[in-house]
Design a protein around this ligand. Sequence first.
Ligand code: 4SX
Ligand code: FE2
Length: 348
Amino acid sequence: MTAPPDVIRSGYAELIVTDLAAARWFYVDVLGLVVTAEEPDALYLRAFEEYLHHSLVLRAGSTPALRGLAYRVRGPEQVEVAYRYFTELGVPTRRVPAGTTRGIGEAVRVQDPLGFPVEFFHHAEHRERFTQHYHRQPANAISRLDHFNIMVPDVKAGHAHYTRLGFGVSETIEDDEDNIYAAWLYRKPTVHDIAVTGGDGPRLHHIAFATHERHQILHTCDVLGALGVEHHIERGPGRHGVSNAFYLYLRDPDGHRIEIYTSDYYTGDPDNPTIRWDVRDNRRRSFWGHQVVDSWYKEASPVLDLDGNPVPITTPPVREAAAAVGADGFGVLDNGTEREGYKLGHQA
Ligand code: 4SX
Ligand code: FE2
């Protein structure tokens, strides 16, 4: 068995959007992403600290979908390693010449065992990094891409696929019957490059970008309110239990979900311990105990295969255990730890 390719990190995503002008308004005018290149039916965007050509491609099309997730590998030879690895796995695997995606060198594209269109690349054109160009940065400036989050009917299979690929597991949500509801996995030394969330899939749950500071996230909320388009806010702002990050989820004009995220923690030591959250712990998804809105558990973007056709979606079997505890996406929690009115246990 060929060793897996040496992935460095999540690199870029390509989304199909139905109205490129509306998408430009959201990603460039509101979120402040930098335009690297613009074509009549595509936009190539990067964040202020990024020097690779792009971290997000928006391409015009008839229905909103994920066209690809791309991981950067350590060197050009690792692109070929990816080719051999996925060919051996028996999934659709293609070499694509440099420039197939503007700004990106030779790459390999696969439809991975979970059904997602995934690219492995090393070379990419460099552009100016605007780290200290504070005079060009809005008050809600985004620094870089942080992670992808995918929804799959079988979280164990997702966990297994990514651990075989050499990803570390930073955190999980589990119950005591060996069910796993979500997992966070990384190559770069942060909490994640990819999170696997249980639900109808394969679908893209969200793409997350990082800011340096919490106030930059709060400013995005204020901007959306000031413009009277606060309906783009879906969840948050808040503090995650898992990852400890401060977060905000937005829906773009096509319904694609974008997270703005900051202040997770370092995971780069080889013995970084995995944090396992009990699915009944109210603080797992909101450290402040807020309920997660239904749409966050249920809605996600369809994904395309390597020929651009929609990948069929499978619903996971209903789990008695999950339904009983009102776990992630299965209803409201009542685990006996809930507060009575405002009287918290420790104050009684
Ligand atoms: O909702 S969770 O607290 O489980 C969570 C969701 C933690 C980190 C993330 O990036 C995320 O999208
Ligand atoms: Fe996330």
